[in-house]
Each structure stands twice: as C-alpha cells, then as structure tokens.
Design a protein around this ligand. Structure first.
Ligand SMILES: [Mg+2]
Length: 183
C-alpha cells in the first residue's frame, strides 16, 4: 500500500514549539489544549496563529529544532518496512530542504516527498493518509481512499464520517495492520 504521512502534528511536534516561540517573542500565553481555532490573534502582532505558523516555515532553525511526536520514528520504520511511504505536507516549498534534513537527522525513513499535494492532499498518489487536519483527512478520503486522523485539540470538534480517528502511533500501526489483513 502507498501511505502518505503528514509532518506537523504527526511526525513533528510543531504546535508546542510554535507556542513557545510566540511566548518568547510576543509574551503569548496559549497552551496546546487551547489551540482549537487557528484564527486567534497572536497578541501584539495582528497576525493569526495560522499566519504565524506559515511564517515559521521560512525559518529553518525553527524547523530543524522540532522534536518528534512520540512513537513517530519507530512507527515510520515499521510502516516503511512493508509499504511505500510518502511525506505529504502543506509546508511551503522553501521548507522542503530543512524538512528532509530533519527527517534524516531523526532517522525517519521515507520513499518520497510530494511537492504538490493539492487541495486536501488529493493529488498525493497514495491509498491512505495519516494527518491531523480533519478537513484534509476528509477530502483525501473522499478522493483517494482512507484517512487516519490524529486526535488533536484542533480537530476535537467532530470527526468526519469517512475518517478513522487514532490516538497515537501505536494506533496507526494497529489500523494499518487491520487494513492489510482485510486485503
Ligand atoms: Mg499537520
């Protein structure tokens, strides 16, 4: 099976690092659990959390310093042993080189990095997507196959009917095994 894997929120713990950066630079006091809405304004900046997030795509130091999501390294090794694994992220093009460097630095295997993922990652040549955006997961599942959705505060509202929520990498591996077994 071809499996597409998102980076932020699935492999890289981006939001905690982002909030730390916002706290250091702007004195923001937002906890990860409070990130249910990306349109909230980062105090003193006039920019939304979403805009702040996108800006840091252009900061390789920030990207390279990110920690891995628990279980991600081992999980990707297990997936890559039996499947073709593609990295599919909305990060800006400028972030590709540091992202690949970060993946290698953490010994995270992948077979390819998709440059143009398209709206809802529908252009990604895979049958399964692992992501933490409910909208993306639902769109991909609609167009290409199945999607597993990492439960995060920003998708806690409701799970689309066509996606399967997961609580971590162990859960991802169990779900993939179940799909394998079902043929
Ligand atoms: Mg993500």
């Amino acid at each position: 099976m071809r499996i597409a894997v998102d980076v932020d929120g699935v492999l890289a713990a981006r939001v905690p690092a982002l909030l730390e950066l916002a706290a250091d630079r702007h004195g923001t006091e937002i906890g990860v659990e409070e990130v249910t809405d990306w349109t909230v304004t980062v105090p003193d900046t006039g920019r939304s959390l979403r805009e702040f997030f996108a800006e840091t795509d252009e900061d390789p130091e920030h990207l390279l310093a990110l920690s891995t999501v628990p279980g991600a390294v081992e999980g990707m090794k297990r997936l890559a042993a039996d499947h073709t694994v593609y990295i599919a992220t909305y990060r800006k093009a400028v972030a590709r080189e540091p992202t690949e460097r970060w993946l290698r630095a953490h010994d995270i295997p992948f077979d390819g990095y998709v440059r143009e993922v398209g709206d809802g990652k529908r252009e990604v040549p895979a049958e399964l997507l692992v992501d933490d955006s409910s909208r993306t997961a639902a769109t991909f599942a609609d167009h290409r196959g199945r999607a597993l959705l990492f439960r995060r505060p920003w998708n806690a509202g409701s799970t689309p009917e066509n996606v399967t929520p997961v609580d971590g990498w162990k859960d991802v591996l169990d779900r993939v095994s179940a799909i394998d077994d079902s043929g």
